[in-house]
Design a protein around this ligand. Structure first.
Ligand SMILES: Nc1ncnc2c1ncn2[C@@H]1O[C@H](COP(=O)(O)OP(=O)(O)OP(=O)(O)O)[C@@H](O)[C@H]1O
Length: 846
């Protein structure tokens, strides 16, 4: 056989380099990643910026705006809304739009001005919040763009509530939102207002920022929302609103919402809306209030109202109710009175004279509570969305049917049920029933069973007798209620002259009705007219202007910002001024002296800026001489202590009060202390001329007596405690000693030192000397204490009485036993301290 050639013999490799899969893979990988990088770079080059992608999405959404068909909308996702808004809605559990939302959101997205009206609780808030968010989203707004949407609310609470809804629904957007309301830190607001994209505010505070915050401007504004527009105007903010609107760009979108429309809203609409779309969802509805709301009214005499309120609360302890009153001071007094009455349910209070922090606290508190009663003025009537309110009780008749509708709207919100009860005086029934009927409010009369009414007048009287401060609050409440009735425009419903004044005052717990000067004057004026009892609008306006625009304090319009926003900042001063005017009013109300009439004018003047001819230029009486004599006279006037005291009294400084209650409700500690004497019965008469020093002294002496007595009791108690402690310590020591003595006896027996006297068993004389001295005022008590204990232990008398023991001291235990067995305890008839002294005496003799 031929040998294989060398070529053939060379072994062929199994896998050549071309077929090597590892290498191939690496090659491929290299190639692929190159390609990938290329693609990436290419894509990167071609990639649109985020804003551009968003713009395209926005364009696509905007294209759909014209196709919005209200009748086809079933869910929020049927609207061309941004993903961020839709996600926010889902997260906040809003899925299906309500009727007002269906009808207005589309129009607002299309950029139209909208005037929307729908029943209370029908979801108007979302109807403007969604378009507001979408408006800025469409503009791709950033924080650098400044203010884009402005939402104006009539009250601070409503503004806060809207802010919360915005925060919930707009959480996925990056816009900044701010709450600008009175009563908050102005500086803090100023610092961040220019970075805010959506501003929710009350009118007074907004105007203040427009005037005072240099870098705050609204020139970029796209949307203005006026929530509860009619209320804003009702509260006398028309001028403020005009001033605000003047500061806004003309090219903007305006949305205006309310549950009720008044002529003033139409005026505002003319002023601020361009070709608006009117959306009145429930225009054709049979009733203007929610279908799920049951409404009744009862006729009740004024003097029975408080009993009725108490009985109502006692019957609804497990419910959440809101009770509406017409004035702040009424609310203030009845809140305090009801806290004392302890109806068995938490009572909260919300009114315009509270500090902002307190207002927010109460608002949040009432939201959280499952059962509670909220006493409120009309500050709470608009827009507030407290969950699960079952009852709205209107203890005072509302100003008009619109106010009625908003008040009752605090219950039966968004498909929930609720009940409303209106309390009418016999004189109010006809006029109010007519108004409610015209406004399509379905309401029926129900009767109260007078036997079921719980009478609290006696208890209120007792409270007022104990507390002067509460009594004054009751007097203010009285005057304030009458004034609110007097200031009501609709005289068909409200007639202050028909009110039973004395019974009403008594029902508040007052002994007599305070004298109300403005009523007397009004009465005098109306008596001189043909038709007495009627008051013209002009007269009311004149009265209001005399009050210097402060009538809102006592009327329903107590709530919001002040138009004068700088005044708003200085709430405490304002309160002081009010207090002062009140105290003057109070003084003037109580006393009938003729010279007191000046006070009445003073009450009014204090609240007005009077143009006075200060220098007497007009009558030519201004001369340097005159002025000098006047100033001399001023200087020579002596300032006595009594005068100073009178001044202080007039200023009515309030010291802080503190009451500590025990678990059982007993007052344990009270500051300032209550007057215990009854000498002040006649004092009211003396108040007219300031302080009656003689009487004051007499009262002080009497008070002193009570104080001394109380002090003595306290000291006694202290001593007693001390003694008991010492006794316990002694007992323990004795026990220990006797145990030790057992051992000692054995030891001593061995030692043989039997004659020694162990004086350690004797009481420490110094200790008892101290005790004795402090016992002066508590002899009786200590005697009784010892009587109780002596038979059990009688340590010292037995020692003192057993002379033998001294000589046989070492056999103490036995002797002690003997002394207990053989001898009757020696009752010296002396106090413990005296007994001790006797022992010491005997010892020292030995
Ligand atoms: N689409 C919705 N789905 C579910 N709940 C809603 C919807 N819209 C509003 N609500 C709820 O209905 C309640 C009332 O809403 P809102 O406060 O906006 O009413 P309103 O019409 O402004 O009332 P008012 O006239 O008293 O101000 C709120 O508790 C709100 O959360």
């Amino acid at each position: 056989m031929a040998e294989p050639s060398q070529k053939e013999t060379k072994k062929k490799p199994l896998i050549n380099s071309r077929n090597d899969p590892v290498k191939n893979f690496e090659k491929w990988k290299k190639k692929y990643s190159k390609k990938k990088d290329k693609c990436k770079a290419h894509r990167k080059q071609n990639k649109k910026p985020e804003w551009q992608v968003e713009k395209e999405t926005i364009n696509r959404l905007e294209e759909r705006y014209s196709e919005i068909n209200t009748s086809e909308i079933e869910r929020f996702s049927d609207f061309p809304l941004s993903k961020k808004t839709l996600r926010g809605l889902v997260e906040a559990q809003y899925r299906l739009p309500t009727e007002i939302q269906k009808q207005t959101i589309g129009l607002a997205l299309q950029g139209k001005d909208v005037l929307g009206a729908a029943k209370t609780g029908s979801g108007k808030t979302l109807a403007f919040i969604i378009p507001a968010l979408e408006c800025l989203y469409r503009q791709q707004w950033t924080s650098d763009d400044g203010l884009g949407v402005l939402i104006i609310s009539p009250t601070r609470e409503l503004a806060y509530q809207t802010f919360e809804v915005l925060r919930k629904v707009g959480r996925n957007h990056e816009f900044s939102a701010g709450l600008v309301i009175g009563g908050k830190d102005l500086k803090q607001e100023t610092a961040c207002i220019h970075r805010t994209n959506i501003l929710i505010c009350t009118p007074g505070r907004l105007l203040q920022h427009m005037d005072e915050t240099s870098f705050f401007h609204a020139s970029n504004l796209h949307m203005l929302v006026l929530d509860e527009a009619d209320r804003i105007l009702d509260m006398g903010f028309a001028d403020t609103m005009n001033a605000i609107i003047e500061n806004l760009p003309k090219k903007r979108q305006t949305l205006l919402f309310s549950a009720t429309q008044t002529k003033s809203v139409k005026d505002l609409a003319r002023l601020s809306l361009k070709d608006p779309e009117y959306v009145w969802v429930h225009e054709k509805a049979k009733f203007s209030t929610p279908a799920t709301l049951e409404q009744n009214y009862i006729v009740c005499e004024l003097q029975q109202k408080i009993n009725l309120l108490y009985s109502f609360i006692r019957n609804h302890l497990k419910k959440k109710s809101i009770v509406f009153f017409s004035s702040c001071k009424e609310v203030q007094y009845l809140f305090r009175a009801f806290c004392r009455l302890r109806p068995g349910i938490p009572v909260l209070v919300l009114h315009g004279k509270q500090q902002q922090t307190k207002r927010m606290e109460v608002y949040n508190d009432f939201i959280r509570k499952k059962s509670a009663v909220l006493f409120a003025t009309d500050i709470a009537a608009r827009g507030l969305d407290f969950p699960a309110v079952s009852w709205v009780l209107q203890l005072d008749c509302p100003e008009d049917a619109n106010t009625y509708i908003h008040r009752v709207g605090r219950t039966a919100r968004y498909k929930e049920g609720g009940e409303a009860l209106l309390v009418l005086l016999p004189s109010e029934v006809k006029g109010m029933a007519k108004q409610l009927e015209e406004k399509k409010v379905p309401i029926n009369e129900i009767k109260i069973n007078p036997e079921k009414l719980l009478d609290v007048q006696g208890r209120l009287e007792a409270f007022l007798a104990q507390e002067q401060d509460l009594k004054e609050t009751a007097q203010r409440c009285f005057v304030s209620y009458l004034r609110s009735v007097y200031l009501m425009k609709n005289k068909e419903v409200f007639d202050v002259f028909k009110l039973p004044l004395t019974p009403y005052a008594q029902s508040l717990g007052l002994a007599v009705a305070p004298r109300v000067r403005f009523l007397l004057k009004a009465q005098a004026t109306s008596a001189s007219k043909e038709d007495p009892g009627t008051t013209s609008d002009q007269e009311i306006e004149a009265f209001k202007s005399k009050l210097g625009g402060k009538e809102e304090d006592d009327q329903s319009r107590d709530d919001t910002d002040k138009v004068n926003s700088s005044a708003e900042e200085s709430d405490p001063e304002e309160d002081d001024e009010q207090e002062l005017s009140d105290s003057l009013k109070q003084t003037s109300l109580q006393f009938m002296n003729e010279d007191e009439d000046d006070d009445d004018c003073r009450d009014v003047d204090i609240l007005t800026v009077k143009r006075r001819d200060v220098f007497g230029i007009e009558d030519g009486s201004f001369t340097l001489e005159n002025e000098m004599t006047k100033s001399k006279l001023k200087k020579t006037e002596k300032v006595t202590k009594a005068k100073e005291a009178k001044k202080v009294l007039k200023k009515k400084f309030q010291v802080n009060t503190k009451i500590v209650f025990a678990d059982d409700g007993e007052v344990m500690q009270q500051w300032p202390q209550m007057q215990k004497t009854t000498v002040n019965d006649t004092e009211e008469e003396d108040e007219s001329s300031g302080i009656n020093l003689a009487k004051a002294k007499e009262r002080l002496t009497e008070e002193d007596r009570f104080d001394k007595e109380a002090y003595r009791k306290k000291i006694k108690e202290k001593h007693r405690e001390k003694r008991l402690k010492e006794k316990a310590a002694r007992r323990a020591a004795n026990k220990k000693e006797s145990e030790e003595e057992d051992e000692a006896v054995a030891y001593l027996d061995r030692d043989g030192s039997e004659d020694e006297l162990d004086i350690s068993a004797l009481p420490d004389p110094d200790k008892y000397k101290d005790m004795e001295e402090s016992d002066v005022g508590s002899a009786e008590e200590s005697a009784s204490d010892h009587e109780e204990e002596r038979p059990k232990k009688r340590p010292y008398p037995s020692l003192a009485g057993n002379q033998a023991e001294k000589s046989v001291g070492i056999k103490k235990k036995r002797v002690k036993q003997n002394s207990e067995e053989d001898f009757e305890p020696l009752n010296t008839g002396l106090s413990l301290a005296e007994d001790e002294e006797l022992v010491l005496h005997l010892l020292s003799n030995n």
